[in-house]
Design a protein around this ligand. Structure first.
Ligand code: PMV
Length: 373
């Protein structure tokens, strides 16, 4: 990636209080020094440490968002340069320091619910007192932009708690704990993000099951933030309401998205970014039909195509958030990013998939039979 997201992102959270499971606020004490700046922290697996550390990365959905909720496959890309990190240590009070809220755990506002759920469920499992820790969160993943901020932060917290307790959790155990937090963040969630923020390779994900996607040749993507936040729950509800009144049409769109997703799996396995782009272009129109695009997303998609992208689409739940474009090469990435910025994108990032050794290609003949969803 060429640019990192700035710290201090704080778009749109409600300040309403929630029941976090943490009781009384504890007396203020001096802040915990930032352990990311020096501090010499032990990280020996199997023995408890004074300060537990954890991190996880962001993600972008390449294809299949919304359809994945109805059983179709989706592909997700790891964004390794966008990172959430957590640092935790035992304390006499419960206190959190983060870009979105700093203060006693017990007074945390509603938008901290997912993180606090991750803390509570992992602490319960790992025998740590969740109300007696100081937690510091740092993140370069923009909040509420469909880039996996909440799942990555929750995964970082779960890993930090495990590190503090001297335990090593499996990816499946971490996923299950993160998924509890994701339910608080989004209501019903497909589980995609909780896998994606732990995976170093692109994943095809369907009905709870992730498989690694083969990448035969370099494939470069530009991500652009429209500067507006979307609400995953509102977007998912909107599609569900549309399906209530137009079930046959929505099921057909889901089926088409499923087929495009497997076509992209195949194209990545062939090393054919042009064909990836064509599928992305079609997918954006289908997502717009489902009502989850916006004028800002459409404008950035159009600008990406004019700037030389092979294809572009919204990524994530939509109604705001980001556009993902596939480009011929790194050089073209700059032109595409500039075109997207010219129509209002507030930030852009570039990421390149490198070829991997996995051989789990899905042939495009594996079409989804009609009526399966
Ligand atoms: O925008 P995000 O990162 O929250 O992605 C949501 C993806 C959906 O398919 C819309 C919902 C889900 O649970 O998979």
């Amino acid at each position: 990636m060429r640019h990192s997201a700035p710290h201090g992102e704080a778009s749109g959270p409600s300040s309403q209080r929630i029941d976090t499971g943490f009781d009384q606020p504890r007396p203020m004490r001096d802040r915990l020094g930032d352990p990311f700046v020096g501090g010499g922290v032990g990280k020996v697996a199997g023995s408890p440490v004074e300060t537990g550390l954890g991190s996880a990365h962001g993600k972008a959905i390449l294809l299949g968002e919304h359809a994945v909720v109805y059983g179709a496959p989706a592909i997700v890309l790891p964004l390794l340069d966008l990172q959430a990190t957590a640092s935790i240590r035992r304390s006499r009070r419960g206190y959190i320091t983060s870009d979105l809220y700093t203060g006693p755990l017990a007074s945390a506002p509603r938008h901290m619910g997912p993180v606090l759920t991750a803390l509570r469920v992992s602490a319960e499992q790992l025998d740590v007192r969740a109300d007696r820790v100081e937690l510091i969160l740092r993140s370069t993943i923009p909040f509420e932009r469909g880039l996996g901020s909440s799942a990555a932060t929750s995964a970082a917290v779960v890993r930090a708690v495990a590190n503090l307790a001297g335990e090593r959790l499996s990816a499946a155990q971490t996923h299950d704990l993160v998924q509890e937090a994701e339910h608080v963040a989004h209501g019903t969630s497909s589980g995609l993000d909780a896998h994606a923020v732990q995976s170093m390779t692109p994943l095809r994900f369907q009905q709870g099951k992730p498989t690694t996607v083969k990448v035969a040749d370099k494939c470069t993507f530009v991500i652009a933030d429209t500067g507006t936040s979307g609400s995953t729950a509102a977007a998912v509800d909107g599609v569900s309401m549309l399906r209530d009144v137009q079930s046959r049409v929505v099921d057909r769109v889901v089926e088409d998205l499923a087929n495009l997703t497997d076509d992209v799996v195949y194209s990545l396995g062939l090393g054919d970014p042009l064909r990836v782009g064509q599928s992305m272009h079609e997918a954006h129109s289908l997502l717009a039909y489902l009502g989850v695009s916006s004028p800002a997303l459409d404008a950035v998609v159009a600008a990406a195509l004019e700037g030389g992208a092979y294809g572009a689409k919204l990524t994530g739940s939509g109604l705001g958030g980001c556009v993902l474009a596939v480009v011929p090469d790194q050089e073209q990435a700059g032109d595409v990013a500039a075109a997207m910025t010219a129509v209002g994108a507030t930030r852009t990032w570039t990421t390149t998939l490198t070829p991997n050794d996995f051989d789990l290609m899905t042939a495009p003949t594996a079409r989804v039979p009609k009526g399966e969803f």
